[in-house]
Ligand binder design. Structure first.
Ligand code: FAD
Ligand code: DHB
Length: 385
């Protein structure tokens, strides 16, 4: 088999890249180890920055997002006894949208622009420096070879592309806490997201729709979700989110999903090796506190699709040559922002840290300069194509 771009991974990075290449007249084949149903149902990110929304809209993927997604002007930042609203539209001129990664994934599948081979195994990348090809076993058990001009590694943090890219440097930070996340069939108890600092640990009230809530609790690493029956989760959320404060109530409901998410930062450089280009979680991981993971994947493939269309249609290698440096500027901005939000909001157990965090939160919630800095980063920078 031969194609122009062999894309490893049919997550948001891989499928969106295939869609953008299709629009640019470049052929691609996507290979994915999981089934289409499994990939579509994976519950992950929920917030899109305005630049991600604009990009999706500009390539015909915005209809359901505009109809069923919810635009938020900002977020609430909370400390015990105080809840402050930060209005990103007033502060930075940009909003964010609540629209689940599952929905983005469904829209990409519905677009029908990607030739995806699901349920493959034994994926190996070869000769990435000059004449790249991928070998794998297809869903029928047949050994296959896919030759390509370029390989795009969009296979997340556990795929083979990041090692095949033989990075010059790896940067990593593992945090001493995880998130316990629940999805619940209950109307959100808030109109916009609440990020809550609490001495017993961070809590976040997010949502997916008018009838589905998504909530998170800081828990120690290694936590077993079985130790957190639903009643315990709701009681802890009520305490940390301030149930009863100024008449605010957290309404519990049936929990439909519960999982523990460890937190780390990771960046490997460069994001290119010869004819292998990395995008999304294959190249970098952020802790979820800044809601950046999915948005970074979107920004990477916006840059990468432009680079590959220029390279393969026009024979112009300028954007391909600058891809890694261009993408990494945003990656490091988001890596810093995600680290900053994470370390400002999670309890470390150290009373000195707690006082610094509260001081920082007071500054962010009372100073126009502090609030604007958070707003600009959260609502996202323009993709800058
Ligand atoms: P992925 O979505 O990981 O897609 C990679 C794809 O490659 C997968 O479909 C995988 O099956 C496939 N693959 C793996 N190995 C191979 C192989 N050998 N061959 C072929 N295909 C392969 N971000 C937020 O902003 N907020 C959140 O709340 C949030 N929650 C998350 C929860 C979890 C459990 C995880 C893992 C991530 C979460 N993220 C969150 C991050 C966000 O979901 C990711 O940043 C985003 O999915 C990145 O997209 P991607 O396409 O780069 O990678
Ligand atoms: C969600 C996840 C995040 O990490 C975040 O910062 C905001 C929202 C969510 O899953 O809804």
């Amino acid at each position: 088999m031969r194609t122009q771009v062999a894309i490893i991974g049919a997550g948001p990075a891989g499928l969106l890249l295939a869609h953008l290449l299709h629009r640019g007249g470049v052929e691609a084949v996507v290979i994915e180890t999981r089934s289409q149903e499994y990939v579509a149902a994976r519950i992950r990110a929920g917030i899109l920055e305005s630049s991600s929304v604009e990009l999706l809209e500009s390539v015909g993927l915005g209809d359901r997002l505009r109809a069923e997604g919810h635009e938020h002007r900002g977020i609430y930042l909370q400390m015990p006894g105080e809840r402050h609203h930060l209005d990103f539209v007033d502060l930075a001129g940009r909003s964010v949208w609540v629209y689940g990664q599952t929905e983005v994934q469904k829209d990409l599948v519905a677009a029908g622009t990607a030739d995806v081979r699901y349920e493959v195994s034994d994926v190996v990348l070869h000769s990435v420096e000059d004449r790249p090809y991928v070998t794998f076993v297809d869903s029928a058990g047949k050994a296959r070879r896919l030759d390509a001009d370029v390989i795009a590694g969009c296979d997340g943090s556990f795929g083979p592309a990041r090692a095949a890219a033989a990075p010059d440097e790896r940067f990593e930070r593992v945090y001493p806490y995880s998130w316990l996340g629940i999805l619940a069939d209950v109307a959100p108890s808030t109109d916009e997201l609440i990020y809550a600092w609490h001495p017993d640990g961070f809590a976040l009230h997010s949502m997916r729709s008018e009838t589905v809530s998504r909530l998170y609790l800081q828990v120690p690493n290694g936590t077993d979700p079985a130790d957190w029956p639903d009643d315990r989760v709701w009681a802890e959320l009520a305490k940390r989110l301030g149930h009863g404060q100024d008449g605010w109530k957290l309404t519990p409901g049936p929990v439909t999903d519960k999982s523990v998410l460890p937190m780390r930062s990771y960046v490997q450089t460069p994001m290119r090796r010869g004819r292998l280009f990395l995008a999304g979680d294959a190249a970098h991981i952020v802790p979820p506190t800044g809601a950046k993971g999915l948005n970074l994947a979107v920004a990477d493939v916006a840059l990468l699709s432009r680079a590959l269309v220029a390279l393969l249609v026009e024979g112009d290698s300028r954007f391909a040559d600058s891809y890694s440096d261009d993408a990494l500027r945003r990656v490091w901005r988001c890596t810093h922002f995600s680290w900053w939000m994470t370390t400002m909001l999670h309890a470390s157990g150290d009373p000195f840290d707690a006082q610094l965090q509260l001081s920082q939160l007071r500054w962010v919630t009372t100073s126009q300069a502090g609030a604007t800095g958070l707003a600009e980063n959260y609502a996202g920078l323009p993709i800058g194509l």
